[in-house]
Design a protein around this ligand. Structure first.
Ligand code: SAH
Ligand code: SF4
Ligand code: F3S
Length: 435
């Protein structure tokens, strides 16, 4: 009999990467093999993202491509599944707009996917059953050096531009003991770095072994007791959940890496208020001050949206000034994209030309900061955790404690080792080193 083969494509954030790994676990358990190309598969899963219009529309063009493959297969044998945040937000529309899609499954109910495939109905499964989901997943390492672990999901913050509260549902934190079991499994399979994931990861408040609610600082300290684990990171954080105890953990816990992704979105208080971000620019600056007092070398990263409704040139200048003052080692910036169902949806009134000009100015500044930051390491020594082979012969790629990509050449296999290297050169996005 021909083997079943699954092909999965992940769009969007790291949480989708984690979910895709869990979906693969479920199907490996059903004796499926993994296909590298949809042409070789008889089950194709598109694990989608709804955050901006472009991301969501890409799914429909991919469905079109998969359809061509599907037409060449016998109908019973080839199944197309749309999973993830577009599935949650537009489940019924997908079935109408793309009749070739067999199943639609949201981010909190994909544990049901293997059973769904056994039914003949074309189901839309979009319940928010986080608790149920995490209990029914399998947790196998994807074989890498670093592994994502979702510890928190969903969001109760309702920033006016954002679909996440609607696609991922209410905030949910997993119990400490479940997380520990999962991580120990990965570490026993050789994993050296764990990256805690959550849409608001620092709002974590899972139940501890004593039945009481625990915060992220507690979890970091608890997980760092696992001896064979070398590094811990977490993302994405919200400024209002950046507690003093978490800030202090950056000083006291040597396994917690000195890198923090802390989105602010805008440097204008007026825009932040319109966005319903629940913090001011000054509040953010104070967090940065505290962080730098505890851990002077901490590397900061952020997200920005330009062209939010009613953003003026003056508001944008405030963002530029803020970036100039704080200095980020890397940051992601986006033009505002209207999203269905969000409170900001009706007011997209900044012209595309203005959005483009602002994005370009902000990105040049951020790129300059990143370039200068990377340059400042030339001639220094750094501890690098090597993760994978590079494109060139004997080349390996790893990460610095500040999350920079670092290249090195070696005749020995460096993968899954931590080496002290000398930085020789830097590009805008990476460092080159010698061992
Ligand atoms: N939970 C994180 C971010 C999740 S979404 C937080 O609270 O910051 C990742 C990033 O996408 C956001 O930080 C934001 O910069 C961007 N984003 C979200 N919705 C967007 C929209 N409608 N248009 C443009 N960018 C958006
Ligand atoms: Fe979206 Fe805001 Fe929640 Fe982040 S905090 S996921 S931006 S609603
Ligand atoms: Fe996209 Fe959903 Fe992540 S909308 S960014 S895949 S939480």
């Amino acid at each position: 009999m021909k083997k079943n083969k699954i092909y999965i494509k992940s769009y969007g954030c790291q949480m989708n990467v984690y979910d895709s790994n869990r979906i693969l676990d479920l199907f490996r358990n059903k004796e499926y093999e993994i296909a590298e190309d949809p042409k070789d598969a008889n089950l194709v899963v598109l694990n989608t993202c709804h955050i901006r219009e472009k991301a969501a529309e890409k799914v429909y063009s991919d469905i079109g491509r998969i359809n061509k493959i599907k037409k060449n297969e016998s109908k019973d044998n080839f199944k197309l599944v749309v999973a993830g945040c577009v599935a949650q937000a537009e489940g019924k529309e997908i079935k109408k707009r793309a009749p070739s899609v067999d199943f639609v499954v949201g981010p909190q109910s994909y544990h049901n996917l293997p059973d769904m495939l056994d039914t003949s109905d074309r189901i839309v499964s979009d319940e928010f059953t986080q608790n149920e989901k995490f209990k029914n997943l399998l947790y196998n390492s994807s074989g890498g050096v670093s592994e994502f672990v979702s510890i928190q999901e969903g969001c109760d913050k309702f920033c006016s531009f954002c679909v996440v509260p609607y696609t991922r549902g209410p905030e949910f934190s997993r119990p400490v003991s479940d997380i520990l079991i999962e991580i120990e499994k990965y570490v026993n399979q050789g994993v050296k770095e764990i990256i805690f994931l959550g849409q608001n990861v620092n709002a974590y408040h899972g139940i501890g072994e004593d039945g009481k609610s625990k915060d992220l600082a507690y979890l970091v300290n608890k997980v760092s007791e696992i001896e064979k684990l070398s590094r811990i990171r977490y993302m994405t954080s919200h400024p209002i959940d950046m507690t003093d105890s978490l800030i202090e953990t950056h000083k006291t816990n040597t396994k917690l890496m000195p890198f923090l992704h802390l989105p602010i979105q805008s440097g204008s208080d007026k825009v932040l208020k319109d966005m319903n971000r629940k913090h001011t620019v000054d509040f953010y600056r104070k967090i940065v001050e505290k962080l730098r007092e505890e851990r002077s070398d901490i590397a900061l990263s952020s997200d920005f949206i330009v062209g939010y409704p009613n953003e003026t040139d003056k508001d944008f200048e405030e963002t530029m000034k803020f970036v100039n003052d704080v200095e980020f080692v890397i940051a992601y910036s986006f033009m505002y994209s209207q999203r269905p169902g969000t409170p900001a949806q009706k007011k997209d009134n900044v012209t595309l030309a203005d959005k483009k000009a602002r994005l370009s100015a902000l990105q040049s500044l951020l790129k300059e900061q990143q370039k200068n930051y990377n340059k400042s390491f030339i001639g220094t020594n750094m501890e690098i955790l090597f993760e994978k082979k590079g494109r060139h012969q004997n080349q390996y790629i790893g990460r610095s404690i500040y999350n920079q990509s670092v290249f090195a050449k070696s005749d020995n296999n460096l993968i899954n080792t931590i080496k002290n290297v000398k930085i020789l050169n830097s590009t805008d996005f990476a460092l080159e080193s010698s061992i």
